[in-house]
Every structure is written in structure tokens, then in C-alpha cells.
Ligand binder design. Sequence first.
Ligand code: SF4
Length: 77
Amino acid sequence: MAEINSKQPENVPGAYYVDTNCVPCNDCIHEAPNNLKYNSDESHVYVFKQPESPDEIKAMKNAMSVCPVEAIGNDGT
Ligand code: SF4
């Protein structure tokens, strides 16, 4: 389960976030390329845009399910 108190600093405000456990393995970006990307030095992934459409929300949920270290969270806000 992602840690809400360990969010990557680049995440945009909103329900979804990536925490500091990100490896990064790149799997989630394949699922939600409209919302997730690498930071500048490619040391981790972060949420650059919160999902808005039903398709983007579905893609983000898929990204959460494929993350091997459960680094993607949804705090429900
Ligand atoms: S799937 Fe998880 S560990 Fe892999 S890049 Fe995405 S957030 Fe990081």
C-alpha cells in the first residue's frame, strides 16, 4: 500500500500520487501515459496530471494494479 506521508514531491495535487518506494520499473507509464512520467533524472515516476476522464481513471487504476511495489496511491480526495 502506498504511503501518503511519503509522496514524491513532484506529484500534482489531487487524489493520486506516487510514493518514494518507486523503483522505477516503468510498468505504470505503459498503463497511464497521460498521467504518469519520469522525473528529470529518471530516478522515479510521479503524477504529472490527475486523471479526469473515465478512461484516464481506469488507466490509473490499472497502473496501480501493475506496480510491483505498490508505490501508487489514491487518497480519495
Ligand atoms: S510501476 Fe510502480 S515502481 Fe514501477 S515505475 Fe510505476 S510507480 Fe514506480
